[in-house]
Design a binder for this molecule. Sequence first.
Ligand code: KG4
Ligand code: ZN
Length: 352
Amino acid sequence: MGYEQRMREKANALRERGSARILAVESSCDETAIAIVENGRVERANAIASQIDVHQLYGGVVPEIASRMHVEALDPLLDEALKQADCGMDDIDAVAVTYGPGLVGALLTGVSWAKAFAYGRDLPLIPVNHIEGHVSANYVAHPDLEPPFVCLVASGGHSHIVNVNQYGHYELLGGTTDDAAGEAFDKVARVLDIPYPGGPLLDRLADEGNDHAYRFPKPHTEGKYDFSFSGLKTAVINQAHNLRQQGKEIVAKDWAASFRRCVVDILVEKTLMAALDTGAKQVAIAGGVAANSLLRSELERRGARAGLSVFIPPKRLCTDNAVMIGAAAYYRLLAGDLAGLNLNALPSLNMF
Ligand code: KG4
Ligand code: ZN
């Protein structure tokens, strides 16, 4: 019997048993991560090697460097993950890997590693979409959460409002028509000389500032639940340059606070509008920008006021990690969605 036929049988056996311990690999951008997750809900290990300090030297992610560092990090992370979970390779039931979207070279390192591991250990291989992974971080953070719910996914490369109808079934309600929210945070942070990635540091600086100090334009979008951050980002950056040319220094903490307020108001308003219009009872957030402290507190406050149950994962599960990939993978396994050894990296993989 060939590998693929054998894996279908192994996956069927796991489905019938109703439990699986999945080893998950994430390498789509600048974090290498290996996690071990049980039944899509229980985090047994979460090993991460961040490359941020290296890319910081260049002001952004350098794809070739990212790929090389992933290759070096993967084997030691496996040892660390097994140690954290206090288990051996024989205790792993399946392997999951992010195969897109992301940087092609970076994705390929994880995909090749996961394929070799799956083949070598004779285990099923489960392909996971990175964005689906972000949404699924909520399953680990909130063991009782089940679809349907509306989820805002805001990361460095993507901003979507998604209706999660069932496990693995997603309907796109709205999204950015240009820049992602995280990208806007990072680019505006550069004007304030905040190193890459600017989002988390801008967030901290904004905590000390006055968010009414500066006024920025609210972008217009055609779609009711769509965002546009490019115009806002350009307006904010131009305004800073103009003020500086007039010899006026901007107050960085107030600038950061006013910008953060603007972005968060847009994200929260549109997400809640989409949730209420579609009759959702539950709303969640995901992605690196979901680590933003104002976004978290505003969604909590305004969501509860609108009568919604609000689900917010801990910050460490919002930014890139492999736990979220292991969570998504369990539901892919239940749906019988396996990859063969011809699995490829798909840098523009779509979820809808
Ligand atoms: O999901 P993620 O870790 O990687 C991608 O899939 O892109 O998201 C990274 C993005 C970066 O743009 C980063 O600046 C932003 O999330 N981010 C934040 C915060 N923490 C991370 N943006 C605003 N406030 C934060 N606290
Ligand atoms: Zn991400």
